[in-house]
Design a protein around this ligand. Sequence first.
Ligand code: FES
Length: 227
Amino acid sequence: MRVVVDGRTVEVPHGASVLDAARAAGAPVPTLCHDDRLSPAGQCRVCLVRVDGRIAAACVTAAADGQHVKTGDPDVAAMARLALELTVERLPATALELPTELAACCTELGVGADRFAAAGRGLGRDDSHPYVHLDRDLCIACGRCVRMCDDVQGAFALTLAGRGADTVVAPGAGSWAQSACVSCGGCVDTCPTGAITQAGRPPGTATAAVDTTCGYCGVGCALTVHT
Ligand code: FES
């Protein structure tokens, strides 16, 4: 399929998204809830672009032959910035100081510390697990950790819980230590805000993916561990 992005024609395979086409054209499109390893969710709306004149989230819009995509439209960028401001407005301002995808996205879209709350939501932490720690105040409920846990690792240990702006990741009904977490570290690896961290490892620190076998129940399912 041929897609025209900002006047440049690129070839993308069937099944590609508008985001894929934009990347193929070298057009910068910010993303936050997107991870190439996961199915797209279209939740954060920071990847807005114009597709044949209409505003669409690039990550969940299918590319089509003859499509015209425009990135960098000032009106669309303002909408993406507003979406990001609404996402961070209840996060503590210290979230911007962490070397995370969220901080990079804020820099890209011009969202400063003044758009964050002075303090967090007071949702507390879960440090019950020996390897995986959660700071609920930093969670934006993008669902990347849940999709990683369910779709990639098959552990089904995480869900999103709470209401409205207080919705955050939760390890089922109990604490993280009581959950079905297999300590693979996939959630830590994909978290874009530093809400989920590995004990003893600062947020935003690169991890290495190692393909191994789950030893949880003896079936021996394939598992990717992030160390
Ligand atoms: Fe596309 Fe979040 S990255 S909606």
